[in-house]
Each structure stands twice: as structure tokens, then as C-alpha cells.
Design a protein around this ligand. Structure first.
Ligand code: SF4
Length: 590
């Protein structure tokens, strides 16, 4: 059988059938708004794996299925998968929130292409590798840990669509027995791997969405892989990397390589780049070297965003402000309560946070300060502390920067809190992958929450998220970020969400037929409002998808894409997204 591709690497939607069945996403998109409620931003590891395979002579494409689903509500996924012709279908299951999308996409790929090998990889797939191979017979193999070398070994060994032994870091099925191969070592030199291969992405010339208008071509680049910190709910923490990903310490990319990457991205049309992970983790010598290289060589794009994993002093912020490019910063204290923050694993005071905000103001650097709500040990008192901190930040920033917040929805598997919830103030509701897939089949976001806390049950968690939304609308209106009309619309949506929650809860007590009818009825009644809110995001996704479809028959993967950028060195693996391994985490960590 002739094949157009050796491997197609797919980023799934979060919810596989959201265009066919009623789903109430509520504030799910709130944490990373540009990712939309279907979380269409792929893990950066997909790019390095694709490049590595390409440079080793395999025909490969990355296909953002999630973006296609969001861009077009009538997109026929089954028909589309029919058109894919690849020996190996690799599906990213990095973030747990994609559990439903990844598993059903894998099932569909196997139904349509029984001779293709279906592979899952990423952090979540790594944690649940044994369960995946035990329960889902349509998945042939899971790649655990950092994926570049194992995926290449897989491609080299696949013969006539049959798997063979010895692929490091793989878990697979041989004659109904599960084989867990020894882990692959973590990568030692990240400069060997390439994160800038926009040409390999389908829809072609897909950029990361910014959610802005106009949509500036935007990309993300890792400064390092791994983390020195140990935030309790993060699957990209030092603990998680050590325990599950064979990585004992972060590896940093060289300043020269980052400068080269920025040039390469500019050549492909990128104007803004999010450099994720805090360079200060590499020590003073590293960050001074990086900023020195940026200053000497120049930054080829118009804007960069950098992360602060901890508050920063004037020395660091002052030097960043001297770069000859527009820069913004992000920091995520998570909670305004020092006690809740400390229990999350972030050890700094509000005083040092406000000092950082003031220094950024002094140097005219926009700073986004990001919070989560309903964390371990959170209660009414701590949430009020958080709200007070939001106001104070706004009053110091005076319009430069902003305050964001989002719900957590799921605790990362592999995080300290997931592995030992009681010690961190949590209770896990769904423990294995199958539980999560079933939960994401339920109609509403509040049923997808995979945790409670020692102080809040799930309904209280959902209410606290909505209360915080209302509070943030009030503050945004007060500080002139929302006009009255916007504030009115946002308040209306919160009230609508409260109503949906109680209507869905009451529907759940009905028998199956009546329940489905009632859910469909609720959906029909609120759909018009939801569509209006979604339309901006869908337009944004459509713009990125359209860019690809323009130059590509049927918007399908084609064997030859645009010219590849100059080849550099090799690839990478399941890597944490901006700031953490959570899909639902903000661009900006601690
Ligand atoms: S949340 Fe960010 S700083 Fe904290 S452990 Fe995760 S990657 Fe590291």
C-alpha cells in the first residue's frame, strides 16, 4: 500500500464529539483563552519529534485536529481521518484535559486505518501507559517520557506495520501480553533539537493563536526542558520529571541557539515569541549570558514574552528592559493568600510580588500576573485575600500589564498533588484514565473537575470559580478594562453559567432518555448566547486554519510542504507548555 506519510502527529481536541453533542464548557477556556475551550495549542514536543523524524528521512506532518474542529463546527472528522495516509498515526496525550479527544481520535484512526500503527505519547500517556495498552486495544504502543529518540527508533523498526521489540521507552502489546521496555534516557543537549519547524504543521503555516486582533503570527520556544521547582499540582515539576521522565535536572538551550531560532522563526513570518521557562533557573551565569547574547546579536522578532517563576529584582528586570525589542513578562503567584501559595509550593510573599509589579511599572514592562482559584486549603477567607491582591496589582500597574485567572479543572497526573493528594489539601475524584474519559463524556465542565479540596467539594469549587469570575468583572470595570457593556455581557454569562450548572445537575437525576432530552433542551435554549461568545475564538482558529487551507488542496496533509528551514540539529519530547505541563495553566508559572 502506498503511503503519503510515514508518520502524522496529531494534536486532538479536548472533547472529541463536542460539535455533535451538547457540551457546556463554561470557563474552561478562561485559563489560556487563545487555546479556546478545545485547548488547541499543541505541546511543543510535537514539533521537535516531527523535525527529528523529517531530518532522519521520514515523511512527517503535524496535524492540529483540535484547531480544525474549532474552526468549523460542521467539520467532518471521520471523513477527514479517512483521507490521512500514514504508516504511523501519533496522537498527543500530553495534557490530561485531552484524554477524551485523544482516546476517541485513536479509536477513529484505527477504524479507518487498521493497518496503521496507532501511538500515544506525552506526559499523560506516560503516566497511564499500562492502563492505555491494557484497556484500549486500538492503541498499539505508548511512548513514555521524552519522545524524540523513541519515536525515531519506532519509525526505524516499523516493518510492514508490525511492531518489534527494543524500542526504548515504549509500552506495547505482544500476543496479548503487555511489554514495558526500559525507559529512554532524557536528552542531554537540547540544542540538537529543533522547535521551529512551522513548515511541518497542517493546516499549513499554522501559528500559535494569540487570540488578538489582528492575529499576530506567534510562536513558542522553550528556554529549557525540565524544572527546578516543585509546584504541587504541576506535572512538569522537578518531582514529576524525576519520577516519570528520567530527568534529574533541567537542560538549558544555549543562548546562541535561541538567537538562531528567533531568526529562523522571523524568516517564516513569526513576529512574537513566548520564551517559556524562567532563564534564572539556569543560574546567574546562564541568564546573564542569554540576555548578553540577545543584546549583542539582536532579537529577530518584534516582541518576546518571558516567564518569571519567582519575583524578580531590579537588576534582572532592568537588564531585560535594555533589550532592543518589546518585552512583556508573566508571573503566576497562583493565590493571593501566602499560605495557599506556600502549600502550592511557591515560597514568596505578597510584598515581594508587589515589589516586582512596581519594578516592572518603573521600567515600563507589561507584567501579566496570573492566579488560579479553588486550590488546596482554599476557603472563603483566602479567596477574599486573592481578590484584594488583584485590586492592589491593578492599582500599582495603572493599566500596564494585567491580572488574569483561570480554573484548574484537572490536577495534572504525575504531580505531587495527584500522587499524594491528602498531603496537599486535595482529594482526587477520577483516578485512572478511563474515569477521566468517561467524565469528559458528561455534558458540563463542572462534572469534569477531577478534584475536590479538603475544604471545598466539587460544587463549591465550581461556585468559587464563578464567584471569582464575577469579582474579576467588577474589578475590570472599576479599573477601566471593561466598559459597561462588556461588563454587563460578562456578568450575564456568569449568571447563565450558574443556571446551566443547576439545570444540568437536575437533569442528571433523570433516566437516560429523559436526561438526554433535557440536556439537549438546555443546550438549545442557551446555544445562541454561547455561539456569540464563541464566535471570536472560532474566528481566530479559523484564521489559522485558513492560512493552511489556502495553499493546500482540501487542507489535507500533502507529501511536500513549503520549503523546510535550514536544517539544524535534532529534536525533543513531551515538553511542558508555557510554564507548566498543564494545558490549563497560564502563560507564566509561579
Ligand atoms: S508550575 Fe512552572 S515553576 Fe512550577 S513546577 Fe511547574 S513548570 Fe515549574
Amino acid at each position: 500500500m502506498s503511503r503519503a506519510y510515514d508518520a502524522v502527529l496529531m494534536h486532538p481536541p479536548a472533547i472529541f464529539d463536542a460539535n455533535e453533542r451538547p457540551r457546556f464548557f463554561g470557563p474552561m477556556a478562561r485559563t489560556v483563552e487563545e487555546g479556546t475551550e478545545q485547548l488547541i495549542i499543541p505541546s511543543i514536543g510535537l514539533f521537535s519529534i516531527a523535525d527529528y523524524l523529517d531530518r532522519n528521512g521520514f515523511r512527517v506532518a503535524i496535524d492540529n485536529i483540535g484547531a480544525r474542529v474549532v474552526a468549523d463546527k460542521s467539520f467532518e472528522l471521520a471523513k477527514y481521518i479517512d483521507t490521512i495516509n500514514a504508516r504511523v498515526c501519533g496522537i498527543s496525550l500530553h495534557w490530561l484535559a485531552h484524554a477524551h479527544g485523544a482516546i476517541y481520535l485513536a479509536k477513529l484512526c484505527k477504524e479507518k486505518h487498521p493497518d496503521s500503527i496507532i501511538v500515544l505519547g506525552g506526559l499523560t500517556a506516560t503516566i497511564f501507559h499500562y492502563e492505555i495498552i491494557s484497556k484500549y486495544k486500538f492503541i498499539d504502543l505508548v511512548i513514555r517520557g521524552e519522545g524524540e529518540e523513541p519515536f525515531l527508533a519506532l519509525m526505524k523498526s516499523v516493518d510492514a506495520s508490525r511492531l518489534s521489540t527494543g524500542i526504548p521507552g515504549s509500552t506495547w502489546r505482544r500476543d496479548d501480553k503487555i511489554v514495558v521496555e526500559p525507559s529512554a534516557p532524557s536528552l542531554k543537549d537540547l540544542d540538537e533539537y529543533e522547535f521551529t519547524r512551522i513548515d511541518l504543521v497542517q493546516p499549513g503555516h499554522w501559528f500559535f493563536p494569540t487570540g488578538g486582533s489582528p492575529d499576530v503570527p506567534y510562536w513558542q520556544l522553550p528556554v529549557s526542558r525540565g524544572c527546578s521547582y516543585n509546584c504541587a499540582t504541576c506535572g512538569g515539576s522537578s518531582y514529576s520529571y524525576k519520577r516519570y521522565l528520567e530527568r534529574n535536572r533541567p537542560t538549558f538551550r544555549s543562548p546562541a541557539k535561541l538567537v538562531e531560532d528567533l531568526r529562523r522563526l522571523r524568516e517564516q513570518g513569526v513576529r512574537a515569541v513566548f520564551l517559556f521557562q524562567d532563564p534564572r533557573m539556569g543560574g546567574r551565569r546562564y541568564w546573564e549570558g542569554l540576555l548578553g547574547e540577545f543584546k549583542r546579536e539582536g532579537i529577530a522578532v518584534d516582541h518576546i514574552t518571558m516567564e518569571l517563576f519567582m519575583p524578580a529584582d531590579e537588576d534582572y528586570i532592568g537588564r531585560i528592559s535594555q533589550l532592543d525589542v518589546s518585552v512583556s513578562l508573566t508571573i503566576s503567584p497562583e493565590s493571593g493568600s501566602e499560605e495557599v501559595r506556600r502549600r502550592q509550593g511557591r515560597y514568596y510573599s505578597n510584598e515581594s510580588l508587589f515589589r516586582t509589579v512596581s519594578i516592572c511599572r518603573k521600567y515600563d514592562l507589561p507584567l501579566l500576573v496570573f492566579f488560579m482559584v479553588a486550590l488546596g486549603y482554599e476557603d472563603q477567607m483566602t479567596i477574599h485575600e486573592t481578590w484584594r491582591v488583584w485590586e492592589k496589582i491593578h492599582s500599582v500597574q495603572r493599566g500596564l500589564g494585567g491580572v488574569g485567572f483561570g480554573p484548574m479543572i484537572v490536577l495534572d497526573p504525575g504531580s505531587r498533588a495527584f500522587d499524594d493528594p491528602r498531603a496537599h489539601g486535595y482529594r482526587i475524584v477520577y483516578k485512572n484514565l478511563e474515569d477521566h474519559v468517561k467524565a469528559f463524556s458528561l455534558p458540563s465542565w463542572h462534572q469534569w473537575l477531577n478534584y475536590e479540596t479538603v475544604k471545598l467539594d466539587r460544587r463549591m469549587v465550581a461556585n468559587l470559580i464563578l464567584d471569582s469570575l464575577e469579582r474579576s468583572i467588577h474589578i475590570r470595570e472599576k479599573y477601566g478594562i471593561y466598559d459597561r457593556t462588556t461588563a454587563f455581557r460578562e456578568r450575564f454569562l456568569v449568571r447563565l453559567n450558574r443556571l446551566i450548572l443547576s439545570e444540568v445537575d437536575s437533569a442528571m437525576s433523570l433516566d437516560e432518555g429523559a436526561r438526554e432530552a433535557k440536556i439537549a433542551d438546555i443546550y438549545d435554549r442557551v446555544k445562541g448566547y454561547i455561539d456569540k461568545v464563541d464566535s471570536g475564538k472560532r474566528a481566530c482558529a479559523r484564521a489559522t486554519v485558513a492560512r493552511g487551507i489556502e495553499g493546500m488542496p482540501n487542507g489535507r496533509p500533502t507529501p511536500s510542504g513549503p520549503a523546510a528551514p535550514p536544517r539544524s540539529r535534532a529534536i525533543s519530547a513531551p515538553s511542558p507548555r508555557p510554564g507548566s505541563a498543564r494545558p490549563l495553566s497560564p502563560p507564566g508559572c509561579p
